[in-house]
Design a protein around this ligand. Structure first.
Ligand code: F6R
Length: 369
């Protein structure tokens, strides 16, 4: 049942190109326009929404953080992302024009379910993004967009995360399409790139051997830090979460711009720091800033592990280890930059002798608050 792999997690990492392609299937028409009729939220509701609120936990929360960048950019609707476990205990402001998006792989996470019930009681419309047909969260929502990752068995989420990203991009682009923002041409171009993203994920998977070797060489370390900016920041959080749950190592993700506000004090000789570098094109300001961050931490002894797009030569002199990913539109980069972090965590866990599919103290679906 593991299809020749030692662990379900390895199988599920390898299945990501198919999971991404399946989640896109039938949702982009021949003219390159999105078709989400199955979602069954009337376009009028989407047109009138004045706020989007995303609720989720853990890895699903990280996909929500990435969705915020996409939704605000392509639709100009303000978007908040909140941990489902915090949401209903603070009397959030919700109304009939609030579109709530609840993201959950299992569809059974109690924190997310309680948060969505609270949102509906306040009159908000709830759209679920979910991987499990007929589970509680989609049943209790106004509408659902299913991710087609197939069953995810390993406790640590991998392919479900990538498909959550795809679903979030689809919703963001669809909202943009329905509302007709000034980004019409860009939306069209990004849909075409999204349609090709499964191939990019495949290409990343083909180049992971050096990442595995690097992970094995770090098995004796106690701490790994992750830095990113813009959509690379939630990717850094996700990389750190994977490492905690699988390798039982101290790992933290930071927004690179926060370094000088505290975390840089943690940098010491030979501390591994993974840096997710934004695309050099389009967002060149951010790119330059992160390159100086890499120089700063390296000057203080950090061992830099740099994830950067193919063709980005500026990072080469400062990277102790360089992991290449295909160039993508800025907002889509997490689809490819997350994959090496999953492989990294999985290999480190194995090297440390941990049970990869069943990490200690964790359950696949958390049905208690
Ligand atoms: C991390 C992980 C958890 C889940 C979280 C939400 O690898 O698997 O953080 O993402 O418990 O679960 P769902 O998506 O089922 O609501």
């Amino acid at each position: 049942e593991k299809g020749g792999y030692d662990y379900f997690m390895l199988k599920e990492i390898a299945e990501q190109p198919k999971a991404v392609a399946d989640t896109l299937l039938g949702r982009i028409d021949a003219e390159g326009r999105l078709r989400l009729d199955e979602v069954r939220i009337p376009d009028a509701v989407l047109r009138e929404a004045d706020k989007v609120v995303i609720i989720a936990c853990g890895t699903a929360f990280h996909s929500g953080l990435i969705a915020k960048y996409a939704i605000e950019h392509w639709t100009r609707i303000p978007c908040e992302v909140e941990l489902a476990s915090e949401f209903r205990y603070r009397d959030p402001i919700l109304g009939q024009r609030t579109l709530v998006i609840a993201i959950s792989q299992s569809g059974e996470t109690m924190d997310t379910l309680m948060a969505l019930r609270h949102a509906r009681e306040q009159g908000a419309k709830v759209l679920a993004i979910c991987n499990t047909n007929g589970s509680t969260i989609p049943r209790e929502s106004d509408a659902v967009l299913y991710t087609h990752a197939g069953p995810e068995v390993a406790v640590a989420s991998t392919k479900a995360f990538l498909t959550q990203l795809v679903a979030c991009y689809l919703v963001a682009l669809y909202l943009g399409q329905v509302r007709g923002t000034k980004w019409g041409d860009e939306i069209h171009a990004v849909i075409r790139e999204l349609a090709r993203s499964a191939d990019d994920v495949e290409r990343v998977l083909e180049t992971m051997e050096p990442v595995r070797a690097l992970a094995r060489s770090l098995a004796h370390k106690n701490t790994v830090l992750f830095l990113g900016r813009h959509v690379g920041y939630p990717v850094a959080l996700e990389g750190a979460l994977k490492l905690k749950e699988l390798a039982y190592m101290h790992a933290e993700g930071f927004a690179a711009g926060e370094l000088k506000h505290g975390p840089i004090a943690l940098i010491e000789e030979d501390l591994p720091v993974v840096v997710v570098v934004p695309s050099p094109k389009g967002r060149s300001v951010l790119h330059d800033k992160i390159v100086s961050n890499i120089q700063e931490i390296r000057a203080r002894g950090a061992r830099t592990i740099v994830i950067a797009e193919e063709g980005d030569e500026t990072v080469v002199p400062y990277a102790d280890h360089l992991i290449r990913i295909p160039a993508t539109p800025t907002l889509l980069q997490p689809l490819v930059s997350t994959v090496p972090l999953q492989v990294f965590a999985c290999e480190l866990a194995t090297a440390r002798g941990n049970e990869v599919d069943q990490p200690r103290n964790l359950a696949k679906s958390v049905t208690v608050e």
